[in-house]
Design a protein around this ligand. Structure first.
Ligand SMILES: *Cc1c(COP(=O)(O)O)cnc(C)c1O
Length: 462
């Protein structure tokens, strides 16, 4: 067939749109993307013909290409991935996966109207914070609580409401950067509070705080070393001692716990994370923590503590700017409800389940994946090895959790290329490379993802 004839047979945009294919796409996708895909593919075919190629220009052949194109154009940019990194609370991968009953509560609340700020008893305006206040008081034993968008906002808000224009005393060993440019000195500046550093990087004594307290002091602030440790000749002041000093001097004490753990992890050999209710019991006036770290819920910032101080915080104008939305609130309420029963929380909250999995369970999962890969994929070398995973997400730095990983090696395909193909495949699999091999940590791979993962490996290898 000559060039002219091919060009004549190439369907027009209109013909494609009016075909059953076109009508189907127009029904399923926004018109602009259908039109863009149709034009792109027809232009592409025309280009091929003009360059002397003889592509199949039948409607069926063109429709296949357009279908793929329109699907790609309309694919969600934010989408699920398989976390094979072994980092349990991975900030770049969305931190905490939510339990099914938490998700269904979100759907129930979001589908229609809700009593978000409506008091059903009184038949009038209510407060959005009331929906979680009761359960937070229950599980942390604090006098009062308020919740915001995330913990960074919680810290900024507390400093603004309680210490703007006054000095906040912080140990030099705790002036942390969390990542994503959240640095305590910068947040302090934004809040209008004046940072007063005391002690040294490795050691701060009670006397250092005591010597710094004066007329201008608005707050004593302790920050949990969530993503680093100072080891060796090191020491800080316990929260109990700080509370004692605060009481003597009449200065409130705030503790930014970062992760905020509600579950006792000590029976599992993890001793580094203070429990929220222990800290509250020590008499700390204000405690802040995240909703999506060890709590295992949605992104949120939780503030619990003294009733009068919480009242001041809730009344501050910034509170409105960092307020929590109803989807998050619905997720947070049901996550917190799971925590009301610590035994069940360990089973039902994915972050805790993944963190506390028994080695044997991980080993069996790794073995199963390995067998499925070997059975379904040719020319790939798979081994199962012992390794270590991390909690991540600014929690439990230096705690290494024994795990099992799969290593993949394919002849003729570099580890870099294989890692990239896994990442960019239909279902993104996020893995790491170690010693020239692609490593998949079975800890963070969910049982429900195993089939998809094996399929993804097949595609990446083939
Ligand atoms: C993670 C963390 C924050 C920030 O919390 P987000 O919920 O990520 O905003 C603040 N302080 C500490 C100590 C943290 O570990």
């Amino acid at each position: 067939m000559d060039q002219k004839e091919l060009l004549r047979r190439l369907p027009s945009v209109d013909e494609v749109l009016r075909s059953p294919y076109g009508l189907g796409w127009l029904d399923a996708y926004p018109r602009r993307y259908v039109l863009r895909a149709v034009r792109e593919i027809i232009d592409f075919k025309r280009g091929e013909i003009l360059e002397g190629y003889t592509p199949d220009v039948s409607l069926d052949a063109i429709a296949t290409d357009i279908g793929i194109r329109v699907e790609r154009l309309t694919a969600k940019r934010l989408r699920p991935v398989i976390n094979a990194t072994g980092v349990v609370i991975h900030t770049n991968l969305g931190r905490a996966p939510l339990p099914p009953d938490v998700l269904s509560n979100v759907v129930d609340v979001a589908r229609g109207y809700s009593n978000l700020e409506y008091d059903i008893e009184a038949g009038g305006r209510g407060e959005r914070y009331d929906h979680v206040r009761w359960i937070l008081k229950e599980i942390t034993a604090a006098e009062d609580a308020v919740v915001v968008n995330n913990n960074a906002a919680a810290v900024l808000l507390c400093l603004s409401a309680l210490a703007a224009g006054r000095e906040v005393i912080v140990s030099r060993g705790e002036l942390v950067e969390i990542g994503g440019a959240f640095r305590i000195p910068d947040v302090m500046l934004q809040s209008g509070a004046v940072l007063k550093e005391v002690g040294t990087t490795n050691k701060t004594h009670l006397g250092d705080y005591e010597g710094a307290v004066g007329e201008q002091t608005g707050l004593l602030l302790k920050i949990h070393q969530s993503n680093y440790r100072v080891i060796g000749f090191a020491g800080d002041v316990s929260i109990g001692e700080l509370v004692g000093l605060g009481r003597r001097k009449g200065v409130p004490v705030m503790f930014d716990l970062g992760s905020g753990c509600l579950t006792d992890l000590r029976p599992y050999g993890i001793h580094d994370e203070p429990l929220v209710h222990d800290v509250v019991r020590e008499g700390v006036d204000i405690v802040t923590f995240s909703g999506d770290k060890l709590l295992g819920g949605p992104q949120a910032g939780i503030i619990v503590g003294r009733k009068d101080l919480i009242g001041r915080i809730a009344a501050h104008p910034l509170t409105r700017a960092v307020r929590i939305d109803k989807l998050t609130l619905a997720a947070l309420e049901s996550t917190l409800f799971c925590h009301a029963d610590p035994e069940k929380a360990r089973e039902r909250i994915p972050v805790l389940r993944i963190l506390l999995q028994e080695e044997e369970v991980i080993r069996r999962r790794a073995r199963r994946i390995s067998l499925l890969i070997k059975r379904g994929v040719e020319n790939v070398e798979v081994t199962v090895e012992k390794d270590e995973s991390q909690a991540g997400g600014g929690a439990l730095p230096g705690v290494y959790l024994p795990t099992y990983v799969l290593t993949l090696k394919v002849r003729g395909v570099s580890a870099q290329l294989l890692e990239r193909r896994l990442r960019k495949g239909e279902v993104g699999v996020i893995a790491r490379i170690k010693a020239g091999k692609v490593v998949l940590d079975a800890r963070t791979i969910m049982d429900s993802e195993v089939k998809l993962l094996v399929q993804a490996v097949r595609e990446a290898v083939g």
